[in-house]
Design a protein around this ligand. Structure first.
Ligand code: CA
Length: 242
């Protein structure tokens, strides 16, 4: 189950009423809010009325098939981002792959255990949330007074003014801010910000770190002073107000 405060809404599309009820029961028990639709038409209706966080979609539906629902959903900008778990009775691998090609996020072959279904739903929603974070940049924010780093969006701002950093400078600042108050050796910084292992780090000139820290300080202006030199050891990020 994801950590959102309002429980995610799942729309279950399945023409066999008993299976639909079973899925709804299981998901509700796990804390999801569930709506069911017995036909493709009802599903498209429900989708446009109130966008769910996830769709559980049976492929074999009379009239409008699950595949057609999926196609329609992926073509419509209003619904195209909704994650879809398809249910398929077809054991044939080619069929299942076809479902994924149509834009499903995962599939489950009937008969399935309700527990398995819940695990898949959990996993898809967790993944969807991670991706959303990466694209909107609504991710982790590191702050030190007027200095603000949006880790997901790769944006640093001081007093609301964006500071242009190279990727290495960004990672260097991120490492220092994440470990604020703790001295980081040049070697630790090389491992983190340059993404080199400790073997390689011992060969890279530690002067490289000094050079980048100097540049980073210059770009940060007043906030540059918060990167302190710890003589004989390395650097430490320290914000006067914490
Ligand atoms: Ca069916």
């Amino acid at each position: 189950m994801s950590e959102t405060k309002t429980p995610p809404r799942v729309l279950v599309v399945e023409d066999e009423a008993e299976i639909a009820a079973l899925i709804a029961y299981q998901l509700t028990r796990e804390g999801y809010r569930v709506e069911t639709a017995l036909t493709g038409a009802a599903a498209l209706d429900a989708l446009h009325r109130d966008l769910p966080d996830l769709l559980v979609l049976d492929r074999m539906l009379p009239e409008i098939s699950g595949d057609d629902v999926l196609k329609a959903l992926r073509e419509d900008p209003a619904t195209q981002a909704v994650p879809v778990l398809i249910l398929t009775a077809k054991k044939d691998r080619a069929d299942r792959i076809q479902g994924l090609e149509l834009g499903a996020d995962d599939y489950l072959t009937k008969p399935f255990s309700p527990r398995e279904l819940v695990l898949r739903v959990d996993a898809i929603l967790r993944r969807a949330k991670g991706e959303l974070r990466a694209t909107t940049g609504g991710g982790r924010i590191l702050r030190a007074g007027p200095l603000r780093m949006d880790v997901g969006a790769h944006v640093v701002a001081f007093d609301g003014e964006e500071v242009q950093l190279t990727p290495t400078e960004f990672r260097l600042l991120q490492t220092l801010m994440e470990r604020r108050g703790r001295t980081q050796s040049r070697r630790q910084l090389l491992t983190e910000a340059w993404d080199v292992d400790s073997m390689a780090a011992s060969r890279v000139q530690t002067r490289t770190v000094d050079m980048h820290v100097r540049r980073l300080r210059g770009k940060l202006g007043a906030a540059g002073e918060w990167i302190e030199t710890v003589r004989g050891f390395g650097y430490r990020f320290q914000h006067p107000v914490g």
